[in-house]
Design a protein around this ligand. Structure first.
Ligand code: PAF
Length: 305
């Protein structure tokens, strides 16, 4: 793995690869890599022959200073894990400092409207402006043919897709499935901050999603239309029974627009069920499933059984 920290060296490396006719795929991360990130890197290797992984804890997307300070950092561990990926090992790891990325306080930001009003946008002011601006910067720095984002951050994925479309950025956005722990908990760098009780409590998020999927399956099995209210009710009921978590939101929305779902959808309609909760007081976790996306449903049910 070639580690690069300055913008100038990064630009030279990606230029070299482009001249050599290589297909660059970017995997933007904030480090503290877990199996979920490694799956993104493997997907990148399937789609190109020059993977660039960026590792940067972007301060402008943290709305709470404590969360930024507590965000796990482990560059040595990250480099080691990436180096062990065999043929999927990235060509370049871009791990800049804050001064490399923001040599002076930026006066410019990228804002995606509407999609950022709900879910995490409602409770984390400025978060998605920070993400959209950072992703735009990274896409300009690396100029990849494709970039990989995880479905776990579903709202982020949709925000990125929209900004790429709206700004005509010449990059393909690839979505990678959520990777889960053996107990169904979605992998997250924040899981490192949970103690044993917290880990136990965290299961409530994926279990609530499971309840939502099962409710939708019941409706399909009985030949009926899909009731967003029933899906939401089932997920809420599961969440209400959980201990040790404080729910931030549980929402059932249309997956593309992230807008409120109608009361009824066709039997094969799609609904995003998204949940965020504080576990053990201060660790904020998120999870989601798209009901009606058979693969997403199957993966969730298999992992939470
Ligand atoms: O998903 C993340 O880790 C971050 O939001 C991203 C995309 C790297 C932007 O800082």
């Amino acid at each position: 793995v070639r580690q690069v920290s300055t913008v100038a060296v990064l630009r030279a490396a990606v230029h070299e690869a482009r001249v050599a006719g290589r297909h660059t795929v970017l995997v933007p991360t904030m480090g503290a890599l877990h199996e979920g990130h490694l799956a993104l890197v493997r997907l990148a290797a399937e789609h190109g022959d020059h993977t660039v992984v960026s590792i940067f804890v972007n301060p402008t997307q943290f709305d709470r200073r404590e969360d930024l300070a507590a965000y796990p950092r482990d560059l040595d561990g990250d480099l080691e894990a990436l180096g062990e990926l065999g043929s999927a090992t990235p060509a370049v790891v871009f791990a800049p400092t804050v001064a490399d990325i923001y040599p002076r306080p930026p006066l410019t930001s990228v804002r995606v409207e509407d999609l950022t009003d709900r879910l995490c946008g409602a409770t984390r002011p400025g978060h998605f402006d920070g993400v959209a601006t950072m992703v735009t910067k990274l896409l300009h720095l690396v100029q990849p043919d494709a970039a990989v984002f995880g479905r776990k951050d579903f709202q982020q994925l949709q925000v990125v897709r929209r900004l790429v479309a709206d700004l005509d950025l010449p990059v393909a956005i690839l979505a990678a499935p959520t990777v889960r722990e053996a107990d169904g908990v979605a992998m997250s760098s924040r899981n490192r901050r949970l103690d044993e009780d917290g880990r136990q409590a965290a299961r409530a998020l994926s279990q609530a999603l499971r309840a939502g999927v099962l409710a939708a399956r019941d409706q399909r099995a009985s030949g009926g239309r899909l009731s967003s209210v029933a899906v939401q009710g089932a997920a809420e009921e599961a969440l209400a029974a959980a201990e040790g978590i404080e729910v931030d939101y549980l929402e059932v929305l249309l997956p593309e627009e992230l807008s409120p779902a109608p009361r009824w959808l066709p039997a094969d309609g799609q609904l995003l069920v998204a949940v965020a909760a504080y576990v053990g007081g201060e660790v904020r976790l998120i999870d989601n499933v798209v009901v009606g996306d058979q693969e997403d449903e199957e993966r969730l049910l298999a992992a939470t059984a």
